[in-house]
Design a protein around this ligand. Structure first.
Ligand SMILES: [Zn+2]
Length: 125
């Protein structure tokens, strides 16, 4: 799954309304849909929870994703996430390259995996 595909699934799971961004910055393929978020401060500009910690946290909270941090063993994951609706879609990541990057990516991956599973069972709406 590409990052782009993963972001589309994660947005759907978090009920975030996005549209492709036309600025051509490869790190930010999407932005908040301005037609939906007309007068909502904080919901303008790019949306990419792989890059933006607050957006990742909001995605985790909207999908009731459990986030577990920490390990006293170097080889063990520093972050493990699993959405409440699909606890088997647990995703873990080590402290590489950066714990903040790892945390954001783990949240998005687990939410996207759970959403893909939901679509397989219930269909896409
Ligand atoms: Zn852009």
């Amino acid at each position: 799954m590409t990052d782009r595909e993963m972001l589309i699934l994660a947005a759907k799971a978090g009920r975030v309304y996005i549209v492709p961004c036309t600025c051509s910055d490869p790190r930010f393929p999407f932005k908040f849909d301005p037609a939906v978020y007309k007068n909502e401060p904080g919901y303008t500009g790019h949306w990419n929870p792989l890059e933006h910690g607050a957006q990742a946290l909001e995605l985790a909270s909207h999908t009731e994703t459990c986030i577990e941090f920490g390990s006293c063993q170097e080889s063990a994951p520093i972050v493990t996430c699993w959405p409440a609706s699909e606890p088997e879609y647990k995703t873990s990541r080590g402290n590489f390259p950066d714990s903040r990057v790892a945390t954001r990516r783990t949240i998005v991956e687990s939410v996207a995996a759970a959403q893909l599973r939901y679509i397989e069972i219930c269909g896409d709406d």
